[in-house]
Unconditional design. Sequence first.
Lengths: 205, 205
Amino acid sequence: MTDPRFSTKQRILGAAEDLFARRGFAGASLRQVTSAAKVNLAAVNYHFGSKDRLIEEVFRRRLDELNAGRLAALKRALANPRPELEDVLAAFINPALELCLDKEGGAAFVRVLARAYAEHNERLRKFLSDNYGHVLKEFAAAFAKLLPHLDKEELYWRLDIVAGAVTYAMADFGVIKRRSGQSEREFRERAAEHLIRFAAAGLRE
Amino acid sequence: MTDPRFSTKQRILGAAEDLFARRGFAGASLRQVTSAAKVNLAAVNYHFGSKDRLIEEVFRRRLDELNAGRLAALKRALANPRPELEDVLAAFINPALELCLDKEGGAAFVRVLARAYAEHNERLRKFLSDNYGHVLKEFAAAFAKLLPHLDKEELYWRLDIVAGAVTYAMADFGVIKRRSGQSEREFRERAAEHLIRFAAAGLRE
DNA sequence: CAACGCTTCAAACAAACGTTTGAATTCTAG
DNA sequence: CTAGAATTCAAACGTTTGTTTGAAGCGTTG
C-alpha cells in the first residue's frame, strides 16, 4: 500500500480502502489516508477532487472487475442446459470470494461494501444502482427461471434476504472466528459453501 | 424527540439514536445531536460524560428491553413440549419487530444496531458481548436441541448466517420498498414472515 | 538548455469537532 | 424564605476536519 512501485493514485486508493473498512467513511480522515499511503495531504484533492469522489473511486476500482466476473460466471452457469440453483448462487458468491482471497486489499473492500449498505446514503446508493444495477437484474432473471413456483414478489423478498446474508457473511460481521490450524482460504471457502447451501435451501423452500 | 415533556437525558438519547442511524457514530456530531434535541451542547458531557458513553447508553436503553423480550418469548416457545423451529425463530425476530413498530425511534435503533456490526469496533463489541452475550447463548442451545442432526460447527455457521440475514432485513438495507397501499406494519410483518420461513428452510437444510 | 505541463509539497484557510469552564438559573429540602 | 445541590447556559479551549494556495520539483518535448 505504501509500496513506492505503485502510483500515488493507487496508493491513496489502497490506503483509503483499508481505512474506510476499519473506521467508516466519516471516521477515516484524509490525513490518516494520506499518511498511511505516504503521500502529501493535497494529493487527494489533486487526483480525485474531493473526499466524496475518492469514495466513489474506491468502489469503482473493484466493482467494475467484480461485476464483470459475476456476469461471466453467470453466463458460464447458464451455458449448461439444466443449470442448478447452486450454480447461479456460486456465480454470484465465488467472484466475491476470489476478490477477498486473491486481491491485495480485497477483504477490506468487501467490508467497505457492507458499510455502503449501512450508510443508507442516497448519493452512494444512486451511484451503485446506476453503475451496477443491471448485474442484479440479470441474476434476478436467472433465479426467476430456476424458481418458477415463486411469484415475482416472493422471489424478490428472498433475493433480498440472500443479498443480506451474503454481504454480512463476506464482510465477516459474524462471530465465527477462523480456527488456528485453518488457513484464511480454507475458512473463507467453507463460509461460501455454507452460504450457498443455506441460501439454496431458503430459496427452494 | 424535542418534546419538552421528556427529560433532557431522554431527548438527547432520542436525537442521538436518530442521527447515529442516519449518519453513523463518527458522522453525527454532538452539535447536531444537541441541536436536534433542543438542549445545550454541554448537556451531553454533563449527563453522559463523553460521546462514547452516550453511544453505549443509546444501546443499553433499548437492548435491556429487547433482550428481555427475546428471552421471555423463548421461554414461552419452549414451554410447548414439542416446539417448532419456526417458534424459536419467531421468539428471536418478533421482539425486534415490535421494537421497530411500536416504539418511538425503534426503527432507527435497529439501524444503529446494524451499524454496530459494521463498525467492527472492539470496545463496542465487548460492551455488547459482555451485556447481552448470554441471550445468544440461550438461543443457540434451543436451536441445538431442535437441530440434532447438525454438529456444533455446522450449527454455528448457520446461526451466524441467520443473524446476518435478520440484522440486514430489520435494518431494511435491502432494495425492496413498501408498496404505496401498504402500511408500515403490514410491510414489516411480511418481511418477518419471509425471514422466518427462509431461515427455517436454511437451518433444516 | 529552455519552456512546458504534470505532480508534489509545506503551509495556511475557515469551519467543525469533543470537551471544559464558571457563572446563571432552576429545583429541592430544611 | 433560604441554603445548597442539580442543572442549564454561553463562551471558550485546543484539535482536527476538508479544502485551497502558490511555490518548488519533476520529466518530457521542442
